[in-house]
Design a protein. Structure first.
Lengths: 108, 136
């Protein structure tokens, strides 16, 4: 399995959770626009930080990748596939947080 | 050791932001614990699969403790994933709080600019810049 295929599996889980959370929030008349904007800005910041620090950490020799599993696309030293982690984080975690709020007090 | 200390310091910074603005653990501790646990499980499973597929390779480095949680999985990775999760949630809850506060102050400003006639029928005292910002 390539790194890209593996990412597709895990991003699918995160995307499903995000969809469920946004649909429930919309049904519950929470501020959908605000939640979407907060997720988008979280993602933007995480992507920029990943671009900077993934490069720094690879350059520092903390870890490496076996070339055969990579697509070859890179942002500096960072394989493009590494950006799936911040994407998964920005989708899954806020989604769980909102889903737990729906079941709880129904807070914003 | 350096890398681990940096991660611990960053986690500490997130906790300070969390405590100061009551964003995550300081807002809903149980929900926060569930989100963090689920996030850790999710990303560790992702890592373990990637290692099993031979994608991730650990490199021995003087910056690391050398303590391994599993093959190719250093102790530092768990702290990195915790930081990734905590940071994502501080960004998300922080942005939400900011947007919420901004829309609250905007609606206050609007009700000051155009007072509800039923509640405040006072004669206009001074020339108030009514509706300067809104184009509606």
């Amino acid at each position: 399995m390539s790194y890209l295929e593996l990412n597709a599996v895990f991003l699918g889980i995160a995307a499903a959770a995000a969809l469920a959370a946004l649909v429930l929030r919309w049904a519950g008349r929470g501020s959908l626009r605000r939640a979407g904007a907060a997720m988008a800005s979280t993602l933007a910041v995480l992507l920029v930080l990943t671009a900077v620090f993934d490069n720094a950490m690879i350059a520092a020799g903390l870890f490496d990748y076996s070339g055969h599993a990579l697509s070859g696309a890179r942002v500096g030293l960072a394989p493009l596939e590494d950006f799936a982690y911040p994407l998964g984080a920005a989708l899954l975690l806020p989604a769980l947080w909102m889903l737990l709020a729906v079941r709880g007090k129904g807070g914003d | 050791m350096t890398y681990l200390l940096v991660l611990l310091a960053l986690l500490g910074c997130m906790a300070l932001l969390d405590a100061r603005w009551k964003l995550f653990f300081w807002a809903r501790p149980w929900a926060a614990a569930v989100v963090m646990a689920a996030g850790m499980a999710y990303f560790l499973a992702w890592d373990v699969r990637a290692i099993a597929e031979g994608i991730f390779l650990h490199r021995d480095s003087p910056l690391m403790t050398g303590i391994m949680l599993g093959p190719q999985l250093p102790l530092e990775e768990a702290f990195f994933l915790a930081f990734l999760c905590y940071q994502a949630m501080i960004l998300f809850t922080g942005t939400l709080a900011l947007l919420r506060r901004r829309s609250a102050t905007r609606s206050v400003a609007r009700s000051v600019a155009r007072p509800a006639p039923a509640r405040a029928p006072e004669p206009s005292r001074t020339a108030e810049p009514a509706g300067t910002e809104d184009s509606a």
